[in-house]
Design a protein around this ligand. Structure first.
Ligand code: SF4
Length: 266
């Protein structure tokens, strides 16, 4: 079976809308400002976009606030062809904790992540339905760590339940991810180094510690590898070899002359 190209499907939908002169109202679920930057640049010319920031997975209220405020700043500063709305969802970490129970040890990209996508997409569909939007989607497909097929399948399931169209996407395609890093630099966006939940944060910290340990080991390993078998570490003396700068008993320091005696006055 041929894999679907979600980005091409989105392009075809946009082309249809352009041909009919339609500008649909889109509720765009956003995880953070860096990920949304390219998605907004790409979507805003074709949709009336409202950003929906809803991420109960985020590990602390402080981080939730920080990412939300950075999104709002991006919307104020970014030059887009039409105004983009902003809706800040409630911070509900207890809902994420309940959902993640039993999945604490799952690897990133596994079952816990699928449930986490579903939780966020379900809420987005609910808000989109209540708000009479024409469709909804998410910025999550821009991440190279997230599979577009999984996200689109969940989006389509939720769309059926709520009876509201889901916009297919794979925003990492067409250099989308690279462009998002450029825009992040351009707007000096805060780029967190973990996905969001406490498990992804612990994983990032573990990898960072491993990297540090490896880097500390490297010079030592190199020195050991460069030495011939039996060759001593630089600075390590042969048995009986004099310590540099240390004189044999009775030996004078190099350059030290025999002490001149003052002529004894007669
Ligand atoms: S790693 Fe990211 S996607 Fe997966 S559960 Fe944590 S926050 Fe959600």
């Amino acid at each position: 079976m041929n894999a679907r190209n979600y980005q091409r499907e989105l392009e075809a939908l946009i082309a249809e809308n352009e041909a009919s002169g339609t500008v649909p109202r889109l509720l765009l679920h956003v995880c953070c400002a860096p990920c949304s930057s390219w998605c907004l640049e790409y979507l805003a010319p074709h949709f009336e976009v409202t950003v929906y920031y809803y991420n109960p997975n985020i590990d602390s209220a402080e981080e939730y606030r920080r990412r939300a405020e950075e999104e709002e700043r991006l919307l104020r500063e970014m030059k887009l062809p039409r105004p983009v709305g902003f809706l800040r969802g409630p911070y509900e970490p207890e809902r994420f904790a309940e959902m993640a129970r039993g999945h604490e040890k799952d690897a990133e990209g596994g079952a816990r992540c699928s449930l986490c996508y579903e939780q966020r997409l379900r809420k987005t569909a609910e808000v989109a339905k209540k708000g009479n939007y024409d469709c909804f989607t998410t910025t999550l497909t821009i991440s190279p760590m997230k599979r577009a097929d999984v996200l689109n399948r969940i989006g389509e399931q939720v769309a059926k339940e709520y009876q509201i169209p889901f916009l297919p996407s794979d925003f990492k395609k067409k250099d989308g991810y690279r462009r998002s890093t450029e825009l992040s630099k351009q707007y000096s966006l805060y780029r967190q180094d973990y996905c969001g939940c406490r498990y992804s944060k612990a994983e990032t910290m573990r990898k960072r510690a491993e990297k540090r340990e490896l880097e500390q080991k490297k010079p030592e390993q190199r020195k050991t590898e460069q030495r011939e078998p039996g060759e001593r570490e630089s600075g390590q003396r042969e048995p009986g070899q004099r310590e540099p700068g240390k004189r044999e008993p009775g030996q004078r320091e190099s350059g030290q002359r025999k002490q001149a005696r003052c002529p004894v006055p007669n």
